[in-house]
Ligand binder design. Structure first.
Ligand code: PLP
Length: 415
């Protein structure tokens, strides 16, 4: 293969150059490389292809919108029909009554937006010293500025300097740690707490029983805003429109992206409770001086609306919960393999196979080796995380696909 000019995210380019893996097309849970070889997309690409690849109705909706008005900004009082319709629809799914929706271009963009809304809200409420943001160990909140500052995966902060001075991390599984940290900082200085309902890129870690309910209660007690990062868990991954609904928690802000378009075009957003939005929606002339060129991009919004139609019409949202048991059952006994430390999952259609520390010590490249074997020999695309391999197929996947994934793991781990 010829050398490349493309700088891949999260990649050792010395290893990648000359060894790129080039995909060409996709159909439902399958993707095909340039040689025509077929692979099972066991990860829905980067956790986002909730409806699967190649749906012609999404392409048609995109083409139709391109033919009408491909793009136009929505600053000030300008808008377009797809952006208005999408906001109304997303608000109608949200657990917060009378929610408002701020549109962005993706997940990291949404995290930075939510953090700025939280700080600006407190500023507007006469508490400008509430600037601290607390996240969890192992959390992933994207790679924009504030998301980098919040990263619970330490390696994603290392070497970049300090992005957010007032940011702290607490143990991901201990509600008492949140209370302690709020008390240590001083509750009057804490703006928001960020939590993924199920931690994704940090290793697929479902919440400890009661964790989300209790941290939401603690946040409420101290007036700290609870931000549910639903970039992975939203739009069916946990069997609800938003994963946090499974835990009966009503957050103040929700960040979303990925599944809202199933990746057909880039789009994300922040859902705000009416209370948090009020200083900017009520009379008084207060403006949130934030937003990007492509906020409310009509073609991206048209793709999202068509995707939401598919999620609804094909009844895909509940599948995130219906399939969580079968997926976990298919993978669970991998834990008996000597190279495996643990299989995590069982909450939503996502799981991770954690390799044993001894296996990783014996072969530091073991994670990549398992993924490569699964791809080349098993025809299955897995996602490599730090010490584990993640599985999060499209919501259209079936138990037959889980068997194929299991077989690919068996072969790769034995090798
Ligand atoms: N938040 C979570 C929980 C994510 O998993 C991700 C991406 O994987 C992001 C934020 C960042 O989203 P994006 O990559 O679209 O910027």
């Amino acid at each position: 293969m010829t050398d490349t000019s493309l700088w891949h995210p999260f990649a050792d380019m010395h290893a990648v150059r000359g060894a790129e893996f080039v995909l060409e097309r996709g159909e439902d849970v399958w993707v095909y490389d340039t040689a025509g070889r077929r692979y099972l997309d066991a990860t829905a690409s980067l956790w986002y292809s909730n409806i699967g690849h190649g749906r012609p109705e999404i392409a048609a909706a995109i083409v139709a919108q391109l033919g009408k008005l491909e793009a136009y900004g929505i600053f000030g009082n300008m808008t377009n029909a797809p952006a208005r319709d999408l906001a109304a629809r997303v608000a109608s799914y949200a657990p917060m009554p009378a929610a408002k929706v701020f549109l962005t271009s993706g997940g990291g963009d949404s995290i930075d937006t939510a953090a700025k809304i939280a700080r600006r809200y407190w500023h507007a409420k006469g508490q400008p010293e509430r600037t601290h943001m607390i996240s969890r160990t192992n959390s992933y909140h994207g790679t924009h500025g504030i998301g980098t500052g919040l990263a619970g995966i330490a390696a994603n902060r290392d070497g970049f300097g300090e992005y957010v001075r007032e940011s702290e991390r607490v143990a991901h599984d201990d509600p008492a740690a949140l209370r302690k940290e709020i008390e240590r900082i001083g509750p009057e200085k804490v703006a928001a707490f960020f939590a993924e309902p199920v931690i994704g890129a940090g290793g697929v870690i479902p919440p400890a029983p009661g964790y989300l309910e209790q941290t939401a209660q603690i946040a409420k007690e101290y007036g700290v805003l609870f931000v549910a990062d639903e970039v992975i868990c939203g739009y069916g991954r946990l069997g609800r429109w938003f994963g946090i609904e499974r835990f009966g928690v009503v957050p103040d802000l929700i960040t979303f992206a990925k599944g809202v378009t199933s990746g057909y075009l880039p789009l994300g957003g922040v859902i705000s409770s009416a209370e948090v939005a009020a200083p900017f929606w009520d009379e008084g002339g207060r403006v949130l001086r934030h937003g990007a060129t492509y906020a409310g991009h009509p073609t991206c919004c048209a793709a999202a609306l068509a995707n939401l139609d598919v999620l609804e019409n094909d009844n895909l949202i509940p599948r995130g919960e219906e399939l969580e048991g079968p997926l976990h059952d298919a993978l669970r006994s991998l834990a008996e393999h000597p190279a495996v430390a643990e299989v995590r999952g069982g909450t939503g259609l996502l799981a991770a196979v954690e390799l044993h520390p001894d296996a990783l010590a014996a072969n530091p490249a073991a994670i990549a080796a398992v993924a490569t074997h699964a791809r080349n020999e098993g025809g299955v695309l897995l996602r490599t995380l730090n010490t584990s391999l993640a599985v999060s197929p499209p919501l259209t996947a079936t138990e037959d696909h889980f068997t194929i994934i299991r077989q690919a793991f068996d072969g790769a781990l034995d090798s």
